[in-house]
Ligand binder design. Structure first.
Ligand SMILES: [Zn+2]
Length: 364
């Protein structure tokens, strides 16, 4: 078999829609060339529906086999060789493209809060199968409120449809634009359960530092859709970091991601979980909307945060009341998954001084 074996990839066809990928494969798929607008147009001209990932979750693998193999699929869309797909999957894996949903899983831990105390476990999945991606395995480690894959038959389950490709706070638009359409809803702070080695690592880093993080959790240089619209810009982060440093604070950033602030200590953590354990000892986080800001809100992290939203998504969707949330967009956010001039302008409306003022207000 090859890595592209259709069943192994979890590909199934939705009746006249497209393919369905499960779990982490879905992430690779989203960042692959299969997902671009050209592909959607080619599908449309061939009588298929345009790619509408929101619909995929309604169709389970095995229910339809319009494309019985990946080569049939590739043939149908004519643009993509199996070798190219393999390459994309490998590069997505290397670049952290499989790890872009830490924040989503932390939100899941918020949804599951209190389940153990009620005598139940939350099953995240489609009602039949518990569906965890690689991030879920990490984030839910040690969490007594959730049922793990394989525990589908337990009699104390409460099912919540929350997994890669099925999140409550957004759906994908079905129009021309590659767009997330958001739903508002207060986020319940999540929970992380650190193990002793993670806590020990964090203890060695110390206390009372400020994390200024210009990178989103996995700011991979390749096609991380939407990521660029969450960036405030390295120069502005540098401005904040240096001003705080000049005021006598110990300022650090994590050693993950391409954007490094010169003159600022970098902390290399062995995992995202360890970074969260370190974050728990910080006096403040300044950074983008993303996995780390969700971690700040989670217990036992509880770190004050200045979260730079810009215009992509509103704090009414993914924010927490205890943070300073800097949102300069409209409505629930544009959700544009392509590089967005609107988001660039929204980011430019947030000044270094404003962020410093917010930081100082939380440090008092
Ligand atoms: Zn925008």
């Amino acid at each position: 078999m090859t890595v592209l074996d259709v069943h192994r990839l979890g590909i199934a066809c939705a009746a006249c829609c497209f393919v369905q990928l499960h779990n982490h494969k879905w992430n690779a798929f989203k960042s692959s060339r299969l997902f671009d607008r050209g592909t959607q147009e080619r599908l449309r001209t061939r009588g298929h529906h345009p790619l509408s990932p929101g619909e995929f979750t309604a169709v389970r693998p095995g229910e339809c086999h319009r494309f019985r193999s990946l080569s049939e699929l590739v043939e149908a869309i004519e643009i993509y060789s199996p070798a190219e797909l393999a390459e994309d999957i490998v590069s997505a894996r290397k670049s952290g493209g499989f790890s872009m949903e830490y924040g989503d899983e932390i939100m899941g831990s918020g949804l599951a809060r209190g389940a153990h105390a009620r005598g139940v476990k939350i099953a995240f999945g489609d009602g039949r199968k518990i569906i965890w991606n690689e991030c879920a395995h990490l984030i839910f480690r040690g969490n007594p409120n959730v049922a793990a894959p394989g525990q589908e038959r337990a009699d104390n389950l409460e099912w919540i449809e929350h997994y890669s490709g099925a999140r409550r706070y957004y759906r994908f638009g079905s129009g021309e634009r590659r767009q997330m359409i958001f739903a508002s809803g207060t986020q319940r702070p999540g929970e992380l359960f650190f193990d002793p080695s993670e806590l020990e690592f964090a203890e060695r880093v110390g206390d009372d530092f400020i994390v200024v993080e210009p990178n989103t959790v996995n700011d991979a240089p390749n096609k991380q859709w939407g990521r660029q619209n969450k960036r405030w810009g390295l120069d502005r982060y540098r401005g904040v970091a240096h001003l705080l440093r000049d005021r006598g604070f110990r300022v650090v950033q994590f050693d993950a991601g391409a954007q490094a602030i010169d003159g600022i200590e970098r902390i290399a953590t062995p995992s995202f979980r360890t970074a969260c354990a370190v974050l728990a000892r910080a006096a403040l986080y300044v950074g983008p909307e993303g996995g780390l800001h969700h971690a700040c809100a989670a217990s036992p992290v509880n770190t004050p945060a200045v979260v730079i939203f810009g215009g992509f998504v509103s704090p009414a969707v993914t924010g927490y009341a205890q943070h300073v949330n800097l949102f300069t967009g409209e409505g629930l956010g544009c959700g544009n998954l392509d590089p967005c001039e609107h988001c660039r302008v929204c980011m430019s409306k947030i000044s270094v001084e404003q962020v410093i003022d917010a930081a100082m207000s939380l440090l008092k």
